[in-house]
Design a protein. Sequence first.
Length: 169
Amino acid sequence: MQIKIDSSLLELVEGDITKQDTEAIANAANSNLAGGGGVDGAIHRAGGPSIMDECGKIGGCPTGEARLTSGGNLLAKYVFHAVGPIYRGGTHGEPELLKNAYLSCLNLASKNAVKSVAFPSISTGVYGYPIKEAAKIALTTVIDYLKTHQEINLVRFVLFGSDAYSKYE
Ligand code: ADP
């Protein structure tokens, strides 16, 4: 589905983030930027070793922030490695940290003149964030940002499986 936010487009699709043709894709990374399973593993497998080389040089990223690398062999020119929170009951600052992880990616997009970004559902896999709560935060953060940043034309959430898609929908 697609929704217009002023002149920008917010899109929800079910699919694989590594196949997206947006200028940037976001990764749900860990704070060591060391690679892992889930979407992180898929991005490094599809993008090739140059992305990990760049991550190694950056060294790490605090929770609630994001770092930029090139996209290696991906269609996307950039990967924004965002570190979402590990869910520990929701009372350890998780909502704010999750919001900031998305905001950091959006700021990287604006700073680097990136007009289209695809996001996975950050923190809702191994990091255990309940997807319905995470979806609300992800969507409100993006919608609020697009309202004041029309330089980004497209934000696409790429949901892995129909269950994740329907939660976001
Ligand atoms: P986290 O550690 O932040 O929870 P995960 O990679 O474990 O990150 O999961 C985040 C979300 O990404 C989950 O909803 C998972 O189903 C989804 N996911 C896994 N592989 C892909 C993929 N190739 N494309 C898009 N989303 C994916």
